[in-house]
Design a protein around this ligand. Structure first.
Ligand code: PGA
Length: 256
């Protein structure tokens, strides 16, 4: 069991229209009874941040509002982008950076991910920096090297006193949305290696405080075993966060 407070995020991706998103937020408010033991956040699509935020507020903010993306520039001629102060304006507290779909579908590079990570922290947000290897990289024994590189590049310039607002999400690309997940032992090993990288960058005391989530086909049925590993501090959930019953089952599995 991890000694850190578990943190479970629901990344809704480009799913759920307004009334569905609000209904899900309300159902999560009604069913989530463990805010003292587990931190929770949901990441709706941009157009519904404000309405989902209002629904979460009605439940007493037990669940934080997160954004799936945000741009690092404060304002200006960046058509289609949304600034971090705009996100904060509608109640966002947590920013995702480096998600594998941003890296591999939208082709974001480590430098852009780093700028977003730093800007999110400078804006006072919590940031979940996602890292993870592709299948061929795992097969070539590169898992730890890929995670180390993405972690170090993603955090470049992040100050030690900002690390209490950083969470790392280890999400092997081959496990996202595929129904395959890393075994608890493989995930634990990857988390230990990432924590070693954090210790090299910031020292052991800070590294021991950083939460490392596992993501990739987490379901109510496999969550407990994953979350019972000593270095797995919760999860980042895609598909199973779209149904209240499933996401609540995963949140409950994170209670120590
Ligand atoms: P999944 O997605 O749970 O559907 O595999 C995880 C994620 O992308 O964060």
């Amino acid at each position: 069991m991890s000694k850190r407070k578990p943190f479970v995020g629901g990344n809704w991706k480009m799913n759920l229209h307004g009334s569905e998103a609000q209904a899900l937020a309300s159902a999560l408010n009604a069913g989530f009874a463990h805010a003292a033991q587990v931190d929770a956040a949901v990441f709706p699509a941009f157009p519904y941040l404000a309405s989902v935020g209002a629904a979460l507020a009605a439940g007493g903010h037990k669940i934080k509002l997160g954004a799936q993306d945000g741009y690092f520039q404060p304002n200006g001629a960046f058509t289609g982008e949304v600034s971090l102060s705009m996100l904060k304006d509608v109640g966002v507290k947590v920013l995702l950076t480096g998600h594998s779909e941003r890296r591999h579908v939208l082709h974001e590079c480590d430098e852009l991910i780093n700028r977003k990570t730093r800007a999110g922290l400078d804006a006072g947000l919590e940031v979940i920096l996602c890292v993870g290897e592709k299948l061929e990289q795992r097969e070539q024994g590169q898992t730890d090297a890929i995670n180390a590189g993405q972690t170090a590049l993603g955090l470049a310039g992040v100050k030690a006193d900002q690390m209490s607002r950083v969470t790392i999400a280890y999400e092997p690309v081959w496990a996202i949305g595929t129904g395959k997940n890393a075994t608890p032992a493989d995930a634990q090993a990857a988390h230990v290696a990432i924590r070693r990288v954090l210790a090299g960058l910031y020292g052991d005391a800070i590294a021991q405080g950083v939460r490392i989530q596992y993501g990739g086909s987490v379901k109510p049925a496999n969550a407990k075993e994953l979350f019972s590993q000593p270095d797995i501090d919760g999860g980042l959930i895609g598909g199973a966060s779209l149904k209240a019953e499933d996401f609540l089952g995963i949140l409950n599995a994170a209670v120590k």
